[in-house]
Design a binder for this molecule. Structure first.
Ligand code: ASP
Ligand code: MG
Length: 406
């Protein structure tokens, strides 16, 4: 007997038919003698609809009230799932985030989990109940309802799995698992059997949208094995686990493309102490995340500063930098939203050399110009012109031996 947490995303519970299908899978797991805890998202589209309802009342809804509203999406699916299971004669019980003892900070809309008690869930599964928990929500020390940020039910699932010391946290979604790259861009992409937490973290932060990044941080911290798999098939998906020796044989395990980036360059910035701080402090104060930074030396005590920001913050960042340029006496501010960041990721990089050079020569062979470069221990990223990004992904996927062979 194992303790199994199963999380189902919005598309898996999009209507009553699908809820019934999910209930059958839950029941099957239960019939095998396992303890089953089910974490649910809202039905597909519901959270978006609730947000737009609120925005018809005010463009700045109070965050506390918005959380009360958004939490209803998950409350609905939890109740419907428990009813469906009971109609099938299974002993199910639905509980909300605060009843599952999910304690968070008070940062409404983006709350962080501080602690999760295990008593209530443990005692319910001890009575052979199937526990159905509303994901995405918790409550703060004052009992206010909070939500964990978009995609947050992944984090609910992994955190609850950690708290009750489940044997596995299964994340059921509408894809078959984690792929070596986006199959929509590269038809030769393969589903991975296993991937390490660190690789998954890099991939999640680089825009692979399968798991909320915080859920992976949680999984890593508490060593929760996460199984990402499809709710529409019986096939095994991808296990996200601690690093294993065999993983290092592969130099690169995935290629990721993030088109949601824009580049900003300040031309002829005076090369003096404190200038970089003046350029980046106001962007940081505006809550904009700067990713890659590069500084080119020019002659005559001047330098060019280039960096990237998320596309959604591009206009704001440009406005800020135009003002900064005036203050520090830079010559011009240039912006380019038509860029993409292409990255290769793999724990094997830690003890293989030549990864960067293979990446650069592969791109050069296609005449793709590299505009910016950044690296971490297990990742190399290059910024390229957006229209070449998909080609870059395909040639890198093939150069690093990831192409499907059959
Ligand atoms: N329903 C929430 C959202 O749409 C949480 C989730 O689906 O994980 O972001
Ligand atoms: Mg999701």
């Amino acid at each position: 007997m194992a303790t199994i947490v199963q999380k189902y995303g919005g598309t898996s519970v999009a209507d009553l038919d699908r809820i019934r299908k999910v209930a059958r899978r839950v029941a099957q797991t239960y019939d095998r003698g396992h303890e089953v805890v089910v974490i649910l998202s809202a039905m597909a589209g519901v959270t978006d609809n609730l947000i737009s309802l609120a925005s018809r009342i005010t463009t700045t809804p109070e965050r506390r009230e918005l959380d009360v509203l958004l939490a209803t999406g998950e409350q609905t699916t939890a109740a419907l799932m428990a009813m469906t299971l009971k109609a099938m004669n299974y002993p199910a019980e639905s509980i909300l985030g605060h009843q599952a003892q999910v304690l968070t900070d008070g940062d409404h809309g983006n709350a962080r989990i501080i602690d999760i008690g295990s008593e209530r869930i443990r005692s319910l599964v001890g009575d052979r109940k199937i526990v159905v928990v509303a994901g995405f929500q918790g409550s703060d020390v004052n009992g206010n309802i909070t939500t964990l940020g978009r995609g947050g039910s992944d984090t609910s699932a992994v955190a609850i799995a950690a708290a009750i010391q489940a044997d596995v946290c299964e994340i059921y979604t509408d894809v078959d698992g984690i792929f070596t790259t986006d199959p929509n861009i590269c038809p030769k992409a393969r589903k991975m059997d296993r991937i390490s937490y660190d690789e998954m973290l890099e991939m999640a932060s680089l825009g692979a949208k399968v798991l909320q990044i915080r859920s992976v941080e949680f999984a890593k911290k508490y060593s929760v094995p996460v199984h990402v798999r499809s709710s529409f098939s019986e096939e095994e998906g991808t296990m996200v686990v601690n690093e294993e020796a065999s993983m290092e044989k592969l130099v690169v395990s995935g290629v990721i493309c993030d088109k949601n980036q824009a580049r900003i360059t300040l031309k002829k910035v005076p090369d003096q102490p404190g200038v970089a701080a003046k350029v980046f402090a106001p962007v940081a104060a505006a809550g904009i995340i700067v990713d890659m930074i590069i500084q080119n030396m020019r002659s005559g005590g001047q330098t060019d500063l280039t960096f990237t920001v998320p596309m959604t913050d591009f206009d704001r960042a440009m406005a800020i930098e135009r003002q900064v340029a005036e203050e520090i006496g830079a010559e011009a501010v240039l912006g380019d939203p038509e860029i993409a960041k292409v990255s290769v990721v793999g724990v094997g990089m830690k003890n293989h050399s030549g990864v960067a050079s293979l990446m650069f020569t592969t791109l050069a062979a296609e005449n793709i110009n590299i505009r910016l470069i950044s690296t971490s221990e297990i990742r190399i990223s290059c910024v390229v012109t957006e229209k070449y990004a998909e080609l870059a992904v395909r040639v890198l996927h093939s150069a690093f031996g990831l192409d499907q062979t059959d």
